[in-house]
Design a protein around this ligand. Structure first.
Ligand code: HEM
Ligand SMILES: *[C@@H]1O[C@H](CO)[C@@H](O)[C@H](O)[C@H]1NC(C)=O
Ligand SMILES: *[C@@H]1O[C@H](CO)[C@@H](O)[C@H](O)[C@H]1NC(C)=O
Length: 500
């Protein structure tokens, strides 16, 4: 009986796909793309190792102009890297919902800002936006300064070595920074251990996302939960959860969040130093206050904390490691960065202020150019609940629409010598389409943390270059990327640090 039912189920499923298949969408089929196999369509193409898979998407972007389509059974994907179509998607609130792949992030980030949709997203975005007000960022700047100074100290012993794997140093710094600014908890000796586990867990979870994406039979949660990777994911999520609980509980216990937000909003420049840095606001405080007003619950706080801890440290660390690699390989550009620091700070060892940050114009160009060639978030996906009319094509409702930021940023039509690291291109008014350069996405669902990220990256680059000369070890042309949710090199990136 059971067997008959199962067979019947399988038969109906196949019939369903077959019918869907025969009634293909004519409009969608006009979009160029690689040929698939019967029923599964392009599903078999995904079986490549992660480095090959990364190249697979790039090769298709080079082969087809503007966009291409992929299909998996009857799921439709369109991958876009031309600015006109990108604008259509990002400026229209109709396409604000995240794509199918974000569903794999759910066990981890749940309904956090990155993944949530509709009124929940809107409500949360409203609660969290004040956390990035100029006065709040100014308050955070002192913590970022301390953490960059600690990074410079940690690098001291590296000057004796022939080369340094920079990522772990930088990720350590950015994780400490997000812990302090978002959660109000410094990673002390005791927590540093959990912190390391946390970072490793994030990396592994990221790779699981693609692992699952490749294997369509793991899409149903029931099957995924039973798989080895699904069970490993469960363990990792527990570790992440215990780290987050540790952080939130410390803050709750201290009770120090009360009214701090208003105080900080009224702070004047340099008040922080006058107060001796005792009172420290955290983004979490905003959430805890909102909880008291009954506008968010414990789960809500947890998922926002997870989202910020994830989005807020790995993205900046990844960008910074590429920035250091490029500075090491382009000594004349590095010299200009150093000169700018000297102009701002002279020979004094004083700490940067918000005004100094505004003066770091060339460093800003270097960061922008880094994010052009190495956008940490190198693709995003939106789910089109309604028919999508692009410049030359039409996609039916239900299409998942991926914006390939990586390929968009390397477009020959938009950027001269697109593969060259040339910060100077950002010194003039942009010659490219406004939607040709979108490292932080654009429109209502853009990155909420972009000002914070720019501030942190400026601080770190200035602090490190003031102290050390970077010499090349890893060459940009030798970097091999791997398919992941964040742009990652398959091998570590090395730089040599030399005291100035
Ligand atoms: C170089 C650093 C960063 C880059 C390149 C970056 C890039 C992005 C991009 C492209 C998105 C859109 C994602 C999508 O549509 O799926 C995004 C969203 C987001 N980012 Fe960032 N980000 C960075 C740093 C940060 C930092 C430091 C924080 C927090 C402190 C942060 C928090 C968020 C959040 C919460 C969202 C979701 C916003 C929403 O949907 O309303 N990001 N980021
Ligand atoms: C990470 O940061 C902590 C605190 O600053 C420090 O004690 C530790 O040595 C750092 N680890 C690395 C690899 O830099
Ligand atoms: C899969 O596992 C997660 C926890 O790891 C659990 O929350 C979820 O309910 C499970 N789903 C199914 C369908 O078994």
């Amino acid at each position: 009986m059971l067997l008959t039912l199962a067979l019947l189920g399988v038969f109906l499923l196949l019939l369903y796909f077959l019918v869907k298949y025969l009634y293909e969408d004519e409009e969608f089929d006009k979009i160029p793309g690689p040929k698939g196999t019967f029923l599964i369509e392009n599903g078999l193409d995904f079986f490549q190792d992660f480095a090959q898979l990364f190249v697979y998407f790039r090769n298709l972007a080079n082969k087809y102009k503007d966009l291409y389509k992929l299909k998996l059974f009857n799921f439709k994907f369109v991958l876009i890297y031309n600015p006109e179509d990108v604008e259509v998607i990002l400026t229209n609130t109709k396409y604000n919902d995240k794509g199918f792949m974000y569903f794999f992030l759910r066990p981890w980030l749940n309904d956090g800002l990155l993944v949530s949709k509709g009124s929940k997203w809107h409500h949360r975005r409203k609660i969290l936006t004040p956390a990035f007000h100029f006065n709040i960022l100014r308050h955070f700047s002192s913590m970022l300064i301390e953490n960059s100074e600690r990074l410079v100290e940690n690098l001291q012993s590296e000057t004796k070595k022939s080369k340094t794997k920079i990522y772990s140093f930088i990720a350590n710094m950015t994780l400490n920074s997000i812990c302090e600014t978002a959660m109000g908890t410094a990673l002390d000796k005791e927590a540093a251990d959990i912190g390391t586990k946390y970072k490793d867990a994030i990396h592994t979870l990221g790779s699981y996302l693609f692992y699952r994406g490749q294997r369509f039979w793991l899409y149903p949660t029931i099957f995924f939960n039973l798989s080895i990777v699904g069970r490993k994911q469960k363990t990792l999520l527990k570790e992440i959860g215990s780290f987050r609980d540790h952080v939130i509980n410390q803050r709750r216990k201290s009770g120090s969040y009360k009214n701090l937000y208003q105080e900080v909003m009224n702070e004047q420049e340099n008040d922080y130093y006058l107060l001796g840095g005792k009172k420290r606001l955290a983004m979490l405080d905003l959430l805890l206050e909102t909880e008291e007003q009954g506008k968010i619950d414990v789960e809500g706080i947890n998922e926002e904390v997870d989202t910020f801890m994830f989005e807020g440290h790995d993205t900046t660390a990844t960008a910074l490691q590429f920035a250091f690699m490029e500075l090491a390989n382009n000594p004349e550009i590095q010299d200009k960065v150093f000169e700018e620091c000297q102009q701002i700070f002279g020979t004094s060892g004083r700490k940067p202020t918000m005004n100094d940050l505004a003066e770091m114009k060339y460093i800003e160009c270097c960061i922008k150019e880094t994010l052009r060639l190495y956008p940490s978030v190198y693709f995003i996906i939106r789910s089109c609940k309604q028919e999508l009319q692009l410049k030359n094509y039409k996609c039916p409702a239900g299409t998942d629409c991926s914006i390939l930021i990586f390929d968009l940023h390397r477009s020959k039509d938009q950027f001269s010598e697109p593969l060259r690291f040339r910060p100077e291109r950002f010194q003039r008014a942009p010659t490219w389409h406004p939607f040709a350069y979108i490292p932080f996405s654009a429109g209502p669902r853009n990155c909420i943390g972009q000002k914070f990220a720019m501030m942190e990256m400026k601080m770190v680059i200035a602090a490190v270059v003031r102290e050390y000369r970077l010499l090349p070890i890893t060459k940009p042309k030798d970097v091999v990327f791997t398919a992941d949710i964040i742009l990652r090199p398959i091998d570590p990136i090395y730089v040599k640090f030399e005291k100035r």
